[in-house]
Design a protein around this ligand. Structure first.
Ligand code: HEM
Ligand SMILES: *[C@@H]1O[C@H](CO)[C@@H](O)[C@H](O)[C@H]1NC(C)=O
Ligand SMILES: *[C@@H]1O[C@H](CO)[C@@H](O)[C@H](O)[C@H]1NC(C)=O
Length: 339
């Protein structure tokens, strides 16, 4: 090879390394540079969930809300600043997003071990994976491909544009997912994440007056009762996580199904077929033939859902930064590095 050709090759390699979107992800990415990083993340996630299981759902939602907006680049973690007062996390669509302190705690532990090495974007994926695994007793599991860079751009308007709203119709949901190359089947699979966590009443307001074809009247009464209790209270996404008193007063037949611990499984699909789901977007899955077929399929086979949900999270985790977007390894997950 001639010297000039070699220089061109070297230049191409250097440019590729600087452009975040073109980086190759791999399971072994931190094998040499930060051995044991996954154990550090897992330790902190497990400790947090033991103290507060709700953090698990927050982490599972975080992977979606990060990756659907400018790819998986931790742009969702950036705090507003005077120079950029409207970061993604300030967007109305990101209402209720949480676990930011837990991510900070994990990042601090990882920085102590291997400074300036592990991106916040990778930490979000590791943490979501560990949370999903813990909440499902290991039934949801997958290897995380690592090597992402943290983005330097975060705009509330991007979050509003790219994330689906709970008021969406099935066509809007399908279009929203298709824009990110996700199929109807994957829309149904990923919506199963609503087996865990909570939502604000403002996110399900229209459900309180929806007709019986759309929501079991007894469940509607339960939600209405809870939502009348304050300006914008939260309710569990999964009726199984409801408090016994509310269930006893509205759907007593459901009392035996309540459980003490939030659990990530295919119960969302059973609830959906019984018209006992919180969001309009959940119910909408029954209004289209293919989507409805998949709801039935995953209601029937929980093992299949565990596997397909794991695969869909991996696909979600591969959403790249926009072409030519700048990337870095942030020192602190809430702010970009100073140049
Ligand atoms: C299909 C379109 C989706 C819509 C319209 C939607 C909408 C919502 C809404 C409105 C909330 C409640 C926010 C609040 O009021 O505080 C929520 C919570 C949640 N969502 Fe989704 N979501 C969708 C897909 C997903 C996906 C793909 C995932 C993850 C794979 C996910 C995971 C979660 C989790 C875990 C929670 C509970 C969060 C917590 O308890 O902290 N959602 N979602
Ligand atoms: C979706 O796939 C098309 C065609 O392969 C590709 O050009 C586009 O970048 C993909 N979009 C996303 C968000 O990955
Ligand atoms: C459920 O799905 C699993 C995983 O794909 C498969 O091995 C099993 O045969 C399915 N069970 C039924 C009853 O279809």
């Amino acid at each position: 090879m001639k010297a000039t050709a070699m220089m061109v090759v070297a230049l191409v390699v250097m440019v590729a390394a600087a452009v975040a979107g073109s980086k190759e992800l791999s399971v072994d990415y931190y094998k040499k540079s930060c051995p044991g990083v996954e154990n550090v993340v897992k330790y902190h996630v497990a400790k947090a969930l033991k103290a507060n299981r709700k953090d698990g759902a927050a982490l599972v939602r975080l992977i979606f809300h990060d990756c659907f907006v400018r790819g998986c680049d931790a742009s969702v973690l950036l705090d507003p600043t005077p120079a950029n007062p409207h970061t993604e996390k300030t967007a109305p669509i990101n209402i209720g997003l949480a676990a930011f302190e837990l991510i900070d705690e994990i990042k601090a532990a990882v920085e102590e071990r291997c400074p300036g090495t592990v991106s916040c974007a990778d930490i979000v994926i590791y943490a979501a994976r560990d949370a999903a695994s813990l909440l499902s007793n290991g039934h949801v599991h997958f290897d995380v491909l690592a090597g992402r860079l943290d983005g330097v751009v975060s705009r509330a308007s991007d979050a509003q544009r790219d994330l689906p709203d709970s008021t969406f119709t099935i066509s809007e949901l399908i279009r929203n997912f298709r824009r990110k190359n996700f199929t109807i089947e994957e829309l149904v699979i990923l919506s199963g994440a609503h087996a865990i966590g909570v939502g604000h009443c403002s996110s399900l307001r229209a459900r309180l007056t929806a007709p019986p074809e759309q929501i079991l009247p007894a469940y509607r009464a339960l939600l209405a009762g809870k939502c009348a209790a304050g300006p914008d209270p939260i309710v569990p996404n999964n009726v199984r996580d409801e408090d016994p008193a509310a269930v006893a007063a509205t759907i007593p037949s459901f009392l035996p199904k309540l459980r003490k611990l939030e659990f990530l499984d295919n119960s969302y699909y059973h609830n959906n077929l019984a018209r006992i789901v919180t969001f309009n977007s959940d119910w909408q899955l029954l209004t289209e033939k293919e989507a409805r077929g998949h709801v039935r399929e995953y209601a029937e086979n929980g093992t299949l859902w565990d596997e397909d949900f794991s695969d869909s999270l991996v696909k979600l985790s591969k959403l790249p930064l926009p072409p030519k977007a700048k990337g870095e390894i942030r020192h602190h997950c809430r702010r970009v590095n100073a140049y």
